[in-house]
Design a protein around this ligand. Structure first.
Ligand code: PEP
Ligand code: MG
Length: 556
C-alpha cells in the first residue's frame, strides 16, 4: 500500500491517531425458506424489528438535536415506509424469513437509489444503515456502530451513517476518513460541526488496518499511513504552525492587493462576543436577536432587559460596525407570545418582518431599546430587517426606524429571491443590504432548510444562488451602498473569495471561520476572485462551481 493516500479534504486541520473502523459490516442473512404457516409469525417479527429500529433512530435524534435529528428522523421514515413494509410482507408470504425479506427488500430499494444520480446515491449510506440495523436486530447480533474504544482514534468508514455519528464522543474522535461521500455528505457536515479534520472519497480507506497510525490532513486531502515518529512530529509541528499562523493573521480582511472586505462576526448575544473579539472580528455583521426573545420564558423581554443586552454588545465594539437584526420570529423560530396562528406552510407564511409588521408594538419596542442602548456610545449601529420581499416592506421598516428615533443605518436582508431581483428598488428605501444565503437558498430552490434530505439544494455553491448574490451586490454598487453576506456561505474560505469576486462588500460568519477566511482572501487578488466568481457562475451545478473556482484560485 502507498504510504500516502489521496482523497478530498473537507474539514481543515491535521489529526494523527490509530485507525478504528466503523462496525458497519453488512450482515447477509441465510436464504433458507419457511413453511407457509410460519409467515404470520415472521411478518410480526419483521414489523416489531422495523418499529424498534425506527423508534431507536428517533430517540437518538432527540438526543442529538439539530441537523443530526432531521437526518435521523428521515431514516426512521425510510424504515417505516408503507411500501417497504408491503414488500417485506410479500416476500415473507412466499417463503422468506423476516431477516432475509428485510435484507432483500432494502437491497432492491438500495439498487434503485444507487442508480438514481449523484444526490440520491449519497443517501445510500443512510439506507444501508437502516437495513443493517433491522437485520442485526432480527438476527439478535450487536448493532453496527461506532468503535467501542475509550482511547482517541481516527474513525474510518465507508461513509458515515448519521445514527452513529450523532452519538460519537467528540473527545475521542480525532478525525474522519471515509471511502465514499463528498463535500456535502453527512461525514463532511458532521466533521465541520465537530471541528475535526476529515478526508472523504478516499479509495482504499476500507483496507486500512485496524489500529495502524494514520495522519489525516483535512486541508490537502492526504492520509499518510504509518508515519514514523519524525514524520508525525513534523506533521504535528506544521499543523500547529498553521493554527498559530491563522490566529496570528489579525488585521482587517483584504485581498492580497489590498481590496478591503471587512470580516464581521455572527452572534446570538453578549456571550458570543469574547470569541468574536479573539478571532479578530472587525465588528458584528449579524446579531440574531431572537435568542433574547426565546430566553424570555414565553413573554417579550422587557425594554430594560433589551436595552441592557444590546448595550453590552455595542460597548464591546467601539468605533466598529454592529449590525443588529430585528426579531426574526415565525417558521423555524416560533415565539408563543406573538400568538401566531397555525399555518399550513409556516416558512412561506407570516415570519420575520411580516410578523413584526403585524405586531408594531414589538418592533417599536425593539427599535426604541436599540436607540437607547446606542446613546453616547462611539459605535456604528446598523439595524436590519429579516425577510424583506420588496420595496413596500423596506419602506415600512425604514419608517418604523424613523418613528423610533433611531440614529442608525437601516437595512434589508436579502433572503427572498424577489428582494435580490429588485435589489435596486429595495435600496431606494434603505441604506444597505445583507444577503442571508441560508434562507435565500431555501426560497430559491423551494427546499426546506430543515430537511436534511434536501441538502444538495441548500448548497451555497449553487450557481443560481450565486447569480442572486451577484444581482444584490451589483445593485449595491450601482446605488453606492453596501451589500454584505451574513449567511453560512460567508464561512467557506473558498466561497468567501468567490463572494468577494461577485462584489460583496463584507462577510459575516461564526467566529471560528474568521481566521480561515482572512487567510484565503489574503492569498488572492481581487481580479483572481472575480475570475473565480465568473467561473463558478458559468457552472451548472454546485460541484462544478466549486471545482471551477478551485481551479482558478489554485492554478495561479
Ligand atoms: C440566513 O437566512 O442566511 C440568515 C443569516 O438568517 P438565519 O439563518 O438566522 O435565518
Ligand atoms: Mg434567515
Amino acid at each position: 500500500m502507498d504510504t500516502t493516500l489521496r482523497g478530498v479534504g473537507v474539514s481543515h486541520g491535521v489529526a494523527i491517531g490509530e485507525v478504528r473502523h466503523m462496525g458497519t459490516a453488512a450482515l447477509e442473512p441465510p436464504t433458507h425458506r419457511i413453511a407457509p404457516q410460519d409467515a404470520p409469525r415472521e411478518q410480526a417479527r419483521a414489523r416489531q424489528a422495523v418499529e424498534a429500529v425506527a423508534a431507536d433512530l428517533v430517540a437518538r435524534g432527540n438526543l442529538a438535536g439539530g441537523e443530526a435529528q432531521a437526518v435521523l428522523e428521515a431514516q426512521a421514515m425510510m424504515a417505516r415506509d408503507p411500501e417497504l413494509r408491503s414488500d417485506v410482507e410479500r416476500r415473507i408470504a412466499v417463503g422468506s424469513t423476516a431477516e432475509r425479506a428485510v435484507y432483500d427488500a432494502l437491497s432492491a430499494y438500495r439498487a434503485l437509489l444507487a442508480g438514481a444520480g449523484e444526490y440520491l446515491a449519497g443517501r445510500v449510506a443512510d439506507l444501508d444503515d437502516v437495513r443493517n440495523r433491522i437485520v442485526a436486530r432480527l438476527l439478535g447480533v450487536p448493532m453496527p456502530g461506532v468503535p467501542d474504544s475509550d482511547q482517541p482514534y481516527v474513525l474510518v468508514a465507508r461513509d458515515l451513517a448519521p445514527a452513529d455519528t450523532a452519538l460519537l464522543d467528540p473527545a475521542l474522535v480525532l478525525g474522519f476518513v471515509t471511502e465514499e461521500g463528498g463535500p456535502t455528505s453527512h461525514s463532511a457536515i458532521l466533521a465541520r460541526a465537530l471541528g475535526v479534520p476529515a478526508v472523504v472519497a478516499l479509495p482504499g480507506a476500507g483496507k486500512l488496518a485496524e489500529g495502524i497510525v494514520v495522519a489525516v490532513d483535512g486541508s490537502s486531502g492526504e492520509v499518510m499511513v504509518a508515519p514514523d515518529a519524525d514524520e508525525q512530529a513534523a506533521l504535528a509541528r506544521a499543523a500547529e504552525e498553521r493554527r498559530a499562523a491563522l490566529s496570528a493573521t489579525i488585521g482587517p480582511g483584504a485581498t492580497s492587493d489590498g481590496h478591503k472586505v471587512p470580516l464581521l462576526a455572527n452572534i446570538g448575544g453578549p456571550e458570543d462576543v469574547p470569541a468574536a473579539i479573539e478571532a479578530g472580528a472587525e465588528g458584528v455583521g449579524l446579531f440574531r436577536t431572537e435568542f433574547l426573545f426565546l430566553d424570555s420564558g414565553g413573554a417579550a423581554p422587557s425594554r430594560e432587559r433589551q436595552t441592557r443586552t444590546y448595550r453590552e454588545v455595542l460597548q464591546a465594539f467601539p468605533e466598529s460596525r454592529v449590525v443588529v437584526r430585528v426579531l426574526d420570529a415565525g417558521a423555524d423560530k416560533p415565539l408563543s407570545f406573538l400568538g401566531q396562528a397555525e399555518e399550513p406552510n409556516p416558512a412561506l407564511g407570516v415570519r420575520g418582518l411580516r410578523t413584526l409588521l403585524q405586531h408594531p408594538d414589538v418592533l417599536h419596542g425593539q427599535l426604541a431599546a436599540l436607540a437607547e442602548a446606542a446613546e453616547g456610545l462611539p459605535v456604528y449601529l446598523e439595524v436590519m430587517a429579516p425577510m424583506v420581499a420588496d420595496r413596500t416592506d423596506a419602506r415600512a421598516f425604514a419608517e418604523a426606524c424613523r418613528e423610533a428615533g433611531l440614529q442608525a443605518k437601516c437595512g434589508a436582508m436579502v433572503e427572498i429571491p424577489s428582494a435580490a431581483l429588485r435589489a435596486r428598488s429595495v435600496l431606494q428605501e434603505v441604506e444597505f443590504l445583507s444577503v442571508g444565503t441560508n434562507d435565500l437558498a431555501q426560497y430559491t430552490f423551494a427546499a426546506d432548510r430543515q430537511a436534511g434530505a434536501l441538502s444538495r439544494l441548500q448548497d451555497p455553491w449553487q450557481p443560481a444562488l450565486l447569480d442572486l448574490v451577484a444581482l444584490a451586490a451589483e445593485a449595491g454598487k450601482a446605488e453606492g451602498k453596501s451589500c454584505g453576506v451574513c449567511g453560512e456561505a460567508a464561512s467557506d474560505p473558498l466561497l468567501a473569495c468567490v463572494l468577494t469576486g461577485l462584489g460583496v462588500t463584507s462577510l459575516s460568519m461564526g467566529a471560528p471561520a474568521i481566521p480561515y477566511v482572512r487567510s484565503a482572501l489574503a492569498q488572492h487578488t481581487l481580479a483572481q476572485c472575480e475570475r473565480a466568481a465568473a467561473a463558478a457562475r458559468a457552472a451548472d451545478s454546485a460541484e462544478q462551481a466549486r471545482a471551477a473556482a478551485t481551479g482558478v484560485l489554485s492554478g495561479e
